[in-house]
Design a binder for this molecule. Sequence first.
Ligand SMILES: *Cc1c(COP(=O)(O)O)cnc(C)c1O
Length: 400
Amino acid sequence: MRKQFLPFSTPCISEEEISHVVDVLRSGWITTGPQCAKFEDAFSELTGAAGSVAVCSATGGMHCALQALGIGPGDEVITPAMTWVSTVNLICLQGATPVFADVDRDTLLVTRETIEPLITTKTRVIIPVHFAGAPVDLDPIRQLAAERGIALLEDAAHAAGTMYKGNIIGKQGTAIFSFHPIKNMTTGEGGMVCSDDQALLARIKSLKFHGLGVDAFDRQALGRTPQAQVVQPGYKYNLTDIAAALGLGQLARLAAFNAKRTELAEQYRARLSSVPEVTPLALPNYPHTHAWHLFIVRLDVEKTGIDRDALMSRLKERNIGTGLHFRAVHLQKYYVESMGMKRGMLPNTEWNSDRILSLPLCPSMSENDVDDVVDAIRDALIIRNGVRNQLPNGPESTAH
Ligand SMILES: *Cc1c(COP(=O)(O)O)cnc(C)c1O
């Protein structure tokens, strides 16, 4: 068994990045300023976005975007329940109503087909999630949104570096990225809103800093123009220059990070092909580049006779950390009690919610780490079944 605990994910921070952060700490300007401006420009350059606004989290960025679109009571917003809770919470906090689209059972992606039947005269926004680093099939969804005059906000928290049909996510439309420590690149906490809609972006830029009309670092005064006035009440969701300095270093290494993630994911797929008890997500059948934010498998609970939570704790006993992305939002306490959500409403989401777990995946991992995870899975499943050679090609079946 593995001696040292393998966490589900650890951030990769270089000494160079640390020294850039220290430089900012010594510079006399640590909050939103020149580093943030540089980070926004570099992000726009990478994605080809017309503009980018740095924020303190993807959640903060999404909040600004919903407010900028004027989403409020009486409005409906379509999003999957297979997502992080933040989006759904924000829709509710705006006084609007979340409407949950089911996902494809094997990719966990929403599709035009799962979204279209949910559209009503009240539908104002569609928020698809580029799940685990794979892009949703955007063309049909963009077409649907355009036909019906509905805004589209892409949850790109998993999708830094993801490409859809030759275009990087963030280039077209409005996409919101996260730099939380488990994401493909990190600023500690942070996010970025990219958009080709300059008017929307200007509103988001104002909303993320108190709703002030001006948001410029004045190089002469070494600060913000004190004359700025509130144009509409806003939030306090700006990113610090300390975080942006880290982000600049991470952004420069994003392609290398994602290449390593892809290698590890391919190794997982190859090793797990002989473990039919756990099935990785399927890959989209349209041209794309996967960012491999997460490596998710589904446990065959019927065949193994154990549930997902049991497998997670058995892996933990074997020094393997795992994650759960995600427990279906609509079946969580508040949504059941306040919205009358119940099991049976979203069959594919629920089926996966009971069976998914995320295996360790981050660029600091080695080939041996992946082998350790797969060995631990075999071991965890074999012991429970009491049959040492239950799994085909397992180390136990060939040992005697
Ligand atoms: C992480 C995540 C978010 C929120 O990102 P923060 O930067 O932590 O606010 C939103 N949506 C999804 C799908 C996520 O995984």
